[in-house]
Design a protein around this ligand. Structure first.
Ligand SMILES: NC(=O)c1ccc[n+]([C@@H]2O[C@H](COP(=O)([O-])OP(=O)(O)OC[C@H]3O[C@@H](n4cnc5c(N)ncnc54)[C@H](OP(=O)(O)O)[C@@H]3O)[C@@H](O)[C@H]2O)c1
Length: 290
């Protein structure tokens, strides 16, 4: 692992036998508008990915659905052959339609194809972590994941996947997955203002399973709250920094994957997540999502 990673805010976490920095990077924003097509600035996107590694970040989150294929191919172009310390987490279970929608693709044949396509587009022989993405663009939906998850377990047995996780999942689906095979992470929507998973996060922390919030900064609609602005102003920091620092403080099993298409924002976020929050700040921030 890069010596620089030791100084990244949050330190490290282990996903099964893989060590990652708690400060990771979400690659979705590297694709074109609406997460469709190539980026406007191809070289700029490669520069962001190279900066991720130069900063010592060892966890990149991606999916073949981004672009589709665009972010995986950018990751390969920028970073292949990968450092042993770098771990790429991908997800399967959704595809893209011509309107930019995210229809589910969770039949066994869809999942097998998706795993092989991720391997090819990333230039890997084994995927470090694969999340089964459930629900739809509106959020988690109830229902058994058994057939889909068992398909991934089978691919894991074949050596194509090292570790499994679930995404956009209900607490019941997390429990169902764990009754079938071990998981190393859950990736759901969560941030200062959206805290449906509070209980789940605490349960997973007790079990040593990572919780990886997507939209940590609010995603397509940046987090806005007068309490957040007040705390940020008091600390002479940005709202983004406070939101990331709060997540790192919220629970030791939370891993950050903020997205950005800008090297400057990436550096700002790494620096900002190290912000120290007082008990008074925390109490004020805690009220936002409750
Ligand atoms: N499992 C799932 O279903 C799912 C769904 C959505 C996302 N994800 C994953 O989660 C990751 C994170 O989500 P996300 O990227 O959509 O949302 P996010 O991290 O909450 O926010 C990203 C947005 O914040 C902006 N931003 C970042 N840093 C900033 C800064 N310092 N100042 C101002 N603006 C800043 C980015 O714009 P700039 O590009 O201008 O910096 C971008 O528009 C994704 O990359 C993806 O890997 C997973």
């Amino acid at each position: 692992m890069s010596t620089l990673s030791i100084s990244l805010p949050g330190g490290i976490w282990t996903l099964g036998d893989l060590t990652v920095t708690r400060f990771g990077y979400g690659a979705m924003q590297l694709a074109g508008p609406g997460v469709m097509g190539p980026p406007a600035d191809h070289d700029g996107a490669l520069a962001v990915l190279r900066e991720v590694v130069d900063l010592g970040i060892t966890h990149i989150d991606t999916a073949d659905a981004y672009g589709p294929r665009v972010t995986n191919q950018l990751i390969r172009e920028a970073l292949h052959p990968y450092a042993d310390s770098l771990h790429i987490v991908t997800k399967v279970g959704a595809t893209r339609d011509e309107q930019g929608g995210w229809p589910p693709a969770r039949r066994p044949e869809d999942l097998r194809r998706a795993v092989h396509e991720n391997l090819e587009n990333l230039g890997l022989e084994t995927l470090d972590v694969v999340n089964l993405r459930l629900g739809d663009a509106q959020g988690p939906r109830p229902g058994s994941l058994a057939e889909a998850f068992e398909t991934l377990v089978d691919l894991q047995r074949q050596g194509l996947i090292r570790h499994l996780g679930v995404s956009n999942a209900t607490a019941e689906q997390v429990a169902e997955a764990r009754s079938i095979a071990p998981i190393v992470c859950v990736q759901n929507m969560y941030n200062l203002a959206h805290r449906h998973d509070d209980e789940l996060i605490d349960e997973l922390a007790e079990q040593g399973i990572a919780y990886v919030p997507f939209f940590p900064l609010g995603g397509f609609s940046p987090l806005q709250s007068s309490a957040l602005s007040a705390v940020a102003a008091r600390l002479h920091a940005t709202a983004m920094s406070v939101a990331l620092a709060w997540l790192l403080r919220r629970s030791p099993n939370i891993l950050l994957i903020p997205g950005t298409s800008s090297v400057a924002h990436l550096r700002e976020n790494v620096a900002g997540a190290g912000l120290s929050l007082s008990d008074e700040d925390l109490a004020e921030l805690d009220k936002i999502g409750r």
